[in-house]
Design a protein around this ligand. Sequence first.
Ligand code: ADP
Length: 486
Amino acid sequence: MSALIDEATRIAREFDYPADQVQRGVAEYIKQSNDGLAQEGTTLSQIPTFVTAVPNGSEKGLYLAVDLGGTNFRVCSVQLHGDTTFSLTQSKIMIPRELMASGTSKDLFLFLARQIEAFLRIHHNEHFEAHQRRRRDGNNEEDLFDLGFTFSFPVRQCGINRGTLIRWTKGFNIPDAVGHDVCALLQSAINELHLPVRVAALVNDTVGTLMARSYTSPGETGTFLGAIFGTGTNGAYVEKIDRITKLQKMEDAHYDTSTGEMIINAEWGSFDNHLSVLPSTVYDHDLDADSNNPGVQMFEKRVSGMFLGEILRLALLAMHNNPDLGLFKPSKTSKVVTPENSTLYRQWGLDTSLLSQVEADNTAEMEDVKAALKDHLKIENPSNDECQAVKILVHAIGKRAARLSAVPLAAILIHTRKLETDDIVDVGVDGSLVEFYPNFEGYMLEALHEVPQVGAAGAKKVRVGISKDGSGVGAALIALVASKDE
Ligand code: ADP
């Protein structure tokens, strides 16, 4: 074997995450999740969502959903047909930069309400006009759309449609909104325009993933857990209200207790921020140290799409800088890789889609690996050893991420005693990583199986399915559940 392959194999071994470590991770996750259910301010936030029921596919009706979370504002209407199917109509509007960072909250929320108005006029004009007519005639009979509001910023939620903004992230900065109820802000802008819309629920996208899967999945049990493996990673699951002891201390909490259950948003990206059990290589350490939020989201930094490309880049760069290995160095066939021409040198320069492309290529010629290296890193004509070295590292980093993903899953199944019955446990997942990285789900289930309290029999009860559109149909379903609570 060449020195290059030897070194890649050695580095890959640093990413091994064997069964005994998975088990230690699970024990620690159970401890941190119990802490999170009992008190505020813990590493695992375990946020109560006030959503107290999951759909079974028979729900019917027309609901609205909006999603504010990044550069775009999405408005959609969802017709639930009551037979696990739905139709969705959607529009997407870019948010003007000046509204994101320099206006007042009133400017922003009026802008959002105007987009809802435009959407209603185009897609539901009859309903809209009927409402306007009734209002002009002084008829107070209400026929309002219930709306689910997906708002992907940190909020302190105290009811299904109440939550105060803790801080803005992702380039938003409108100080006068901080500390205010974002549902009330949206509702008052809607009222100002006299729209037939009631903000029924504040929605987290992971909870939306769970709800969307529960509506569309076959079977009567309802979905137990929703998980996202995309830019970030997070999960939500159904918990017994009695176990969420911190709810008793929330004086302003307002919720329906009839089901005895509530969905918990785990915020598991921040599991083990103090690194008591998470595996750490020098590349994990350097990624975190150079990030804009060192010491937080430590689980996410080993698992999700935003970070896997960067872990790979750091490992490849270390090999490239080792003069004995000759990785991506000038040769008869390949061009020189320089800081000017290759993203190998640029922080966050490598997209995680490269990992999927490389992992998927099982051919001897490795043409897809070569194409990926050319597209992503401007590396021309890499040797077979170079391609092989990249493949070894990619496999190790991707497999560790998938095995790590089994930790919260196993821990939640164990602490909720979900595997003690014969029921199937339904899990909805979403995100590019789980959708496109080859066998991500397979490696995750393999590690799950290795946890003794789960075992082969437990893992067999777990049914994983892709759940798309958490912020569309999921948000609509939460609005529906919320409107039934009234
Ligand atoms: P989001 O989580 O932002 O809603 P996605 O689920 O599409 O959206 O996740 C985007 C993340 O997934 C990005 O970090 C991107 O690098 C990564 N990604 C995009 N395509 C792929 C792919 N084919 N395989 C693995 N990761 C991917």
